[in-house]
Design a protein around this ligand. Structure first.
Ligand code: CS2
Length: 493
């Protein structure tokens, strides 16, 4: 079978949609850091839909670490398929908005040249939570992070996202150019504001004048991004090839739903994304909170409990009536009441989330979502817990989610088999668990003592500690299946 590329486009199966512009006319106006599946299934798709009317916003994708994406996409002229699937079938489109993919570590000088190109007006990021080198409990720069330490010494060979952005901004300032706008697209609360704090701090540590220039001149609009984009599997590659009639080394299989809410603060201009469904608002924070607490908080809870119950995918976990009920109650009774007023019908939003989690065509692994929990828990569950505690309200389901994470990071499942825990703190969490042993009254306080995750307040709050310890004790005594059944049956309290 031929490979997808410019030269084979006319052989695409007629059912497949494709861009309606000449890629030779496209200029690169955006440099995107972290060109993984999420970016290619979300921002790159919105931008692709606009390039026919405005060719100035092609995207140069940058991988900060590995070369896999570049190696897969280069032979196909950076074209790839996005397949949006659900129980009713699939809609496929070939996306042409990537003008190139480069690997920062291979060519740091080349990257700086691109970042200092006046045509580049936006630098966006999807580098996952851990890519921000911050303390997840406080959102401040982790100045001991080895990449940050390295980058402060060798800014022209930056390895971190923060160092790469500051290096690019420095080149622009030195050339007398206006700074690009920095557009954070990860699942962090007030992501633009958080990224601004990290970039400004790093720049100040590097050189106080640069720090001041960055603080005064650079804009960091916040965004809420939403689309469930599981990691691509070989089965996805095979099904996409069969459907489009060409081989595609790295297609994206995602859900039909997509949402992007953005603060409109782009001094050098931006694509007219509002024409393709992006919502521009003056303050993204309430949307972000809604999404993090309802979608991602439920996702992580489903991932840890679902994994412990032996479910490989989110859809399979949702097939357990007690777990589905528990997650519905978690959202309705514990998380939603903590959200600020918003002109969104929250009950419809919750219903849509449950339907999205049930999508039978998505094979979204619980193990994938379980990754990097130490970086995710603070904004997904712990902030909600703090708000509930302030109100004096119950936190049983939220605490069960936290306890399931604790049970998971011990690295041993309920049948005694190893769990492949992927987390920047995995080794430390495992050592804590090994030392405490499988005794909730020892393990819960030991893990809650990891201050980058829990802060100083939660481990000192007896209500939090009692709820988490009780839930963890139940998980050890009765297993996830029975614990979920009991807590789900305890009703909506
Ligand atoms: C998921 C998210 O992997 C995870 O942690 O919860 O990636 C989720 O699929 C997206 O935020 C949906 O927009």
């Amino acid at each position: 079978m031929d490979r997808l590329c410019e030269a084979t486009l006319d052989r695409l199966d007629p059912s497949v949609e494709r861009f309606a512009y000449d890629r030779e006319d496209i200029e690169t106006g955006i440099v995107h850091l972290g060109v993984g599946a999420f970016h290619r299934g979300h921002q790159a798709v919105y931008t692709d839909a606009l390039l026919a009317e405005d060719p100035n916003w092609g995207i140069l994708g940058v991988s900060l670490r590995t070369g896999e994406t570049r190696d897969a996409l280069f032979p196909q002229d950076n074209l790839y398929t996005v397949s949006a699937v659900d129980g009713d079938g699939a809609r496929r489109r070939v996306i042409g908005s990537l003008t190139g993919v480069m690997i920062a570590r291979e060519d740091p000088t080349g990257l700086h040249v691109r970042l200092a190109d006046p045509e580049v007006r936006i630098v966006s990021t999807t580098v996952t939570e851990k890519g921000y080198c911050h303390d997840p409990a406080t959102g401040t720069l982790n100045e001991d992070d080895p990449e940050i330490v390295h980058d402060l010494k060798h800014l022209d060979h930056a390895r971190s996202t923060i160092g790469t952005i500051v290096g690019g901004l420095r080149h622009r300032r030195d050339r007398g150019l206006a700074p690009f706008t920095v557009l954070a697209c990860d699942n962090l609360p007030a992501n633009g504001h958080t990224l601004r704090g990290l970039v400004v701090r790093f720049a100040e540590l590097f050189d106080s004048d640069l720090g001041k220039w960055v603080a005064d001149e650079v804009r960091f609009p916040s965004t809420m991004v939403d689309r469930i984009v599981p990691a691509t599997t070989d089965a996805d590659r095979a099904s996409v090839a069969a459907a489009i009639g060409l081989e595609d080394a790295w297609p994206i299989v995602t859900e039909p739903f997509t949402q992007w809410v953005v603060e409109d603060d782009f001094p050098l201009g931006r694509p007219a994304w509002e024409r393709v469904g992006v919502e521009f608002v003056s303050d993204v924070a309430p949307y972000e909170l809604m999404k993090l607490r309802l979608l991602n908080g439920s996702h992580s809870t489903l991932a840890y409990l679902g994994y412990l119950m032996g479910h490989e995918t989110v859809a399979a976990a949702m097939g357990e009536p007690a777990l589905a009920r528990l997650v519905a109650d978690l959202m309705a009774n514990e998380s939603a009441p903590t959200l600020p007023a918003l002109s969104v019908d929250l009950s419809a939003y919750r219903g849509d989330l449950l339907a999205r989690f049930r999508n039978p065509a998505l094979k979204h692994r619980t193990w994938q979502i379980a990754m990097d929990g130490s970086q995710k828990l603070p904004q997904r569950l712990l902030g909600t817990i703090r708000d509930r505690l302030t109100l004096g309200a119950p936190i049983d389901r939220l605490a069960l989610g936290v306890a399931a994470w604790m049970r998971y990071v011990t690295g041993i499942d309920e049948r005694g088999a190893a769990i492949d825990v992927r987390d920047p703190l995995a080794a430390r969490l495992r050592a804590i668990a090994d030392e405490a042993g499988p005794i909730a009254a020892r393990l819960a306080p030991a893990l809650a003592g990891v201050h980058e995750v829990f802060g100083a307040d939660l481990p000192a709050d007896p209500r939090f500690m009692a709820a988490v310890t009780t839930a963890l004790d139940r998980l050890y005594r009765f297993g996830a299946q029975a614990t979920v059944a009991t807590i789900a049956a305890e009703g909506s309290g």
